[in-house]
Design a protein around this ligand. Structure first.
Ligand SMILES: Cc1cc2nc3c(=O)[nH]c(=O)nc-3n(C[C@H](O)[C@H](O)[C@H](O)COP(=O)(O)OP(=O)(O)OC[C@H]3O[C@@H](n4cnc5c(N)ncnc54)[C@H](O)[C@@H]3O)c2cc1C
Ligand code: SF4
Length: 487
């Protein structure tokens, strides 16, 4: 156990962010480099090594949190990294981007601020990279079996790494020009610098995973033909169909899905473009949708020099404390101030967009909204609350409705879908097509990176069992029936 009195003698501290006025001038991560180093062992010492560590269950990966807290407290960073990698292929992604349901489940959190688990996680992995502890782990022998993975987001990458290490020959097919899925083209550089993806890709290449970019399965290669070429297929194609807002004026110029807007800003950071063709510079920006995707649009608009940024949410403002419906150790819906919100802009709750108004050239200029009452479960407009706000760039960040069904992939495989339109699968993550598995948002619906990695690992175990005919030794955290734990 880390220091038995740590939680009595040490207060919670988290990574320091750079001053707002400095960080909105660049696209680098918002955190102050090195700010965790002096505090992190003390923070790890706050872990009480509980008899029943609820944080394990809170983490979809089942991360061995008290074990690596103990190593971090003792400054044994190599052992900490080994325990961390025992359950998580990419802790540098989760340590930066995870909303940390583990911390909501931390026992200390019942009556004190919880252990800063996510910051310990990122410190362990950053130190491991710096000290050369993260090395390729190629398999000792090859199985002679081949696997195609469709999609290179966190689910596809986790499945591919697990299966390559198990000795199978794995090729990852990605329709985009770079590997990474939403990590690459959804999440902005200021939340996670893309160098973290690049070095993992290098590690995976050295282990033997092959990558094929700019190949869309369904369009460029028939899905059934792909199935014939490989002994198994993992579909990790994400939930990339954006939810639309079919109100009058939607067709005006300047109204874009978040996933039309954000990738272009990331392409500027990759050096492909000098300026984004959809820029917020000098514009009144309205972001519709109060979640993570919306917050990423807010932070991007700040950095592009927006005149103003307003984020709209149809639901009421969440509370700042748990209520009776969301007791410990559940992951509660609380009011969150992300780094993008610290940087400015206004958030407006309980409002619905009625229509957009444009100028004579067809460019959006105004967004008309009305306040709504959600107490009955549906938005009831409040009479007399209609108003309009300036809107020269609007981004729609209202979630995603499932896997892309336009490119032939779903049709050619003739997948069965579940009641939410996601690809249906059994307890081994196999779809109703023999030898074709599904992991991540494609099977689960829009979710989190930690869940995508967890499902990639679980699907890999299902594939390994299918290919070898014996119980797989690959470690795996979740089955589809664990959906009750969804956050
Ligand atoms: C803007 C934004 C911000 C987010 N921020 C966070 C966050 O901070 N923390 C968090 O935990 N989660 C966040 N999420 C959610 C998280 O990114 C996803 O849950 C996660 O990436 C899902 O992983 P995945 O591998 O299932 O799919 P994806 O990451 O969506 O990857 C799927 C990949 O498949 C490719 N593909 C699709 N069809 C084909 C085909 N037919 N052939 C070849 N390739 C194909 C796509 O191009 C894509 O690269 C965010 C999501 C968005 C949109
Ligand atoms: S992956 Fe997320 S839930 Fe799991 S330990 Fe890390 S921050 Fe916590």
């Amino acid at each position: 156990m880390a220091d038995p009195k740590g939680f009595l003698t040490t207060d919670r501290e988290v990574a320091e962010t750079r001053p707002v006025e400095e960080r909105v001038q660049d696209w680098n991560e918002v955190y102050k480099p090195g700010s965790l180093l002096p505090i992190i062992s003390k923070q790890a010492s706050r872990c009480m090594d509980c008899g029943i560590p609820f944080c394990h269950n809170g983490c979809p990966l089942g991360n061995l949190i008290p074990e690596w807290n103990d190593y971090a407290y003792r400054n044994d960073w190599t052992a900490a990294s080994e325990r961390l990698h025992a359950t998580n292929n990419f802790p540098e992604f989760t340590g930066r981007l995870c909303p940390a349901p583990c911390e909501s489940a931390c026992v200390l959190g019942i009556n004190q601020p919880p252990v800063t688990i996510k910051n310990v996680e990122v410190s362990i992995i950053d130190k491991a990279w710096d000290s050369g502890d993260v090395t390729p782990q190629p398999p000792e022998r090859l199985s002679g079996k081949t696997v195609a993975v469709i999609g290179s987001g966190p689910a596809g990458l986790a499945a591919a790494q697990q299966l390559t290490r198990a000795g199978h020959t794995v090729a990852v097919y990605e329709r985009a020009d770079r590997i990474g899925g939403l990590l690459r083209y959804g999440i902005p550089e200021f939340k996670m610098e893309k160098r973290h993806i690049n070095r993992r890709i290098e590690q995976m290449r050295a282990e033997g995973t092959k990558f094929r970019t700019e190949v869309e399965i369904g369009r460029d290669i028939d899905a059934k033909k792909l199935r014939k070429r490989y002994d198994a297929v993992v579909v990790a194609a994400g939930s990339t169909t954006s939810r639309d807002l079919p109100v009058p004026g939607r067709e005006l110029n300047g109204i874009h899905f978040a996933m039309e807007y954000l990738p272009l800003a990331n392409k500027v950071q990759e050096g492909d473009l000098t300026v984004s063709p959809i820029s917020a510079e000098g514009k009144h920006v309205v972001v519709i949708g109060g979640g993570d995707t919306g917050a990423d649009c807010v932070g991007t608009a700040h950095r592009q020099g927006a005149a103003s940024v307003t984020q709209l949410e149809i639901m009421p403002k969440p509370g700042e404390e748990r209520n009776a419906n969301q007791p410990w150790p559940t992951f509660p819906m609380l009011y969150k101030v992300t780094s993008a919100h610290e940087e400015g802009g206004e958030r407006v709750y309980s409002v619905n967009t009625t229509h957009f108004e444009g100028d004579e050239d067809g460019n959006v200029q105004w967004l008309h909204l009305v306040e709504v009452d959600m107490s009955g479960g549906r938005p009831e407009p409040k009479p007399g609350t209609e108003r309009k706000i300036p809107a020269q760039l609007v981004t729609l960040a209202m979630g995603f409705t499932g896997i892309d069904k336009t490119n032939g992939l779903v049709e050619q495989f003739a997948f069965g879908l579940d009641e939410r339109g996601n690809v249906a699968r059994d307890a081994d993550y196999m779809t109703d097509v023999d030898g074709v598995f599904v992991a991540g948002d494609a099977g689960r619906g829009q979710s989190l990176i930690v869940w995508a990695i967890a499902e990639g690992r679980s699907a890999a175990k299902g594939v390994d069992r299918y290919l070898t005919g014996v119980n797989s030794a690959l470690p795996a955290p979740v089955r589809p029936t664990d959906r009750a734990l969804t956050v």
